[in-house]
Design a protein around this ligand. Structure first.
Ligand SMILES: O=P(O)(O)O[C@H]1O[C@H](CO)[C@@H](O)[C@H]1O
Ligand SMILES: O=c1cc[nH]c(=O)[nH]1
Length: 308
């Protein structure tokens, strides 16, 4: 098992521990999470993070701070001083915030950046002895044939060849991992979108690419070796493969973690253009939609925990 989450037992059973799959860790006296600027020698992980039940991740540090402020307000956990310190202060690789049982972390752009953050996040949750943790990526994407601002809950992450796989070279050999996401969680999030009825929410396969420009068939990069017609043909193939949106991290996220979901808003319709031409105000309001949907889900779940 590669994922950081126990597959033993079903999701109704409590106490699903975080698992690491690395025998070398046991012999280490101390674990330095270098890119998070945290280590097990000088931090009490169980005390600081042991109550975490939800982790939300997204590309930009600003978005993750704004999500922390939003969810704190929604759950009545606001800091009266309005201060949410960056737990990873001292490094500018990633930013991390915590309010109650919710951890919020940025992951930067692309698979390598997400992968490094996830290794260290999974170890953090493991050292903290967290159980029953749900992780949601709240991101942005390019849409295909969707009204900009539509929120897409990912059913399955597919690569640029339309295949549900994540490939990585380990010791010179290509290792292929599956990119299945938790279908039940995806359906629950879709249901949250319906309950809110504030914006369009759909479910579908998300394409994960290695690049924002040529990798996503854009015509506006520094280089481009294809015609507008070839671009449109490629994008309509994606639409046919029930892949309504494109982003850059879902495959490694799905491959490394269980009980996870990807919720991305579409910022533009790629069949109509490539440039991000909407105003900052519109972009900001679109980016809040995955936060609103995920916030609604977390609120619902916390209520059910209280009733148990
Ligand atoms: O909205 P975020 O999380 O930044 O993610 C999307 O935006 C970035 C490209 O602009 C890529 O990382 C893509 O996956
Ligand atoms: O077109 C887009 C927009 C956001 N993120 C992407 O990866 N692509």
């Amino acid at each position: 098992m590669h994922s950081g989450f126990s597959e033993e037992g079903n999701r109704e059973q409590c106490e699903r521990p975080i698992c690491v799959n690395n025998p070398h860790l046991e012999s280490m006296k101390e674990d330095i999470l270098y890119h998070l600027n945290l280590d097990t020698a000088s931090h009490d992980f169980p005390k600081q993070f042991g109550d975490v039940k939800f982790v939300c991740v997204g590309g930009s540090p600003w978005r993750m701070k704004s999500f922390t402020e939003y969810i704190a307000k929604e759950l009545g956990l606001e800091d009266p001083k309005g201060e949410y310190p960056n737990i990873c202060e001292g490094t500018d690789r990633y930013a991390m915030y915590k309010v109650g049982p919710i951890l919020s972390i940025s992951h930067g752009i692309g698979i390598p950046s997400m992968s490094v953050m996830l290794h260290e996040l999974i170890k953090l949750l493991y050292h903290a002895r967290c159980t029953d943790v749900t992780i949601v990526r709240i991101g942005t994407s390019g849409g295909i044939g969707l009204q900009p601002g539509t929120v897409v809950v990912t059913k399955q992450s597919v690569d640029a060849m339309f295949l549900p796989r994540f490939e990585q070279v380990v010791l010179g050999k290509t290792v292929v991992r599956s990119t299945e996401l938790d279908v039940e969680l995806a359906e629950e999030l879709l249901q949250c979108g319906k309950e809110l009825a504030e914006f369009e929410t759909v479910i579908g396969n998300t394409m994960c690419t290695l690049d924002f420009y040529e990798g996503q068939a854009r015509l506006d990069g520094a280089f481009c070796s294809y015609t507008e017609e070839e671009k449109q043909n490629y994008l309509s193939k994606r639409a046919c493969s029930r892949s309504p949106n494109i982003e850059m991290e879902s495959s490694v996220f799905a491959a490394m973690c269980k009980l996870t979901a990807v919720v991305c808003v579409t910022l533009l319709d790629r069949q109509k253009g490539d440039q991000m031409s909407s105003s900052q105000e519109v972009m900001h309001s679109y980016q809040q939609r995955p936060q609103i949907l995920t916030g609604h889900y977390i609120k619902k779940k916390l209520k059910t925990f209280k009733n148990i």
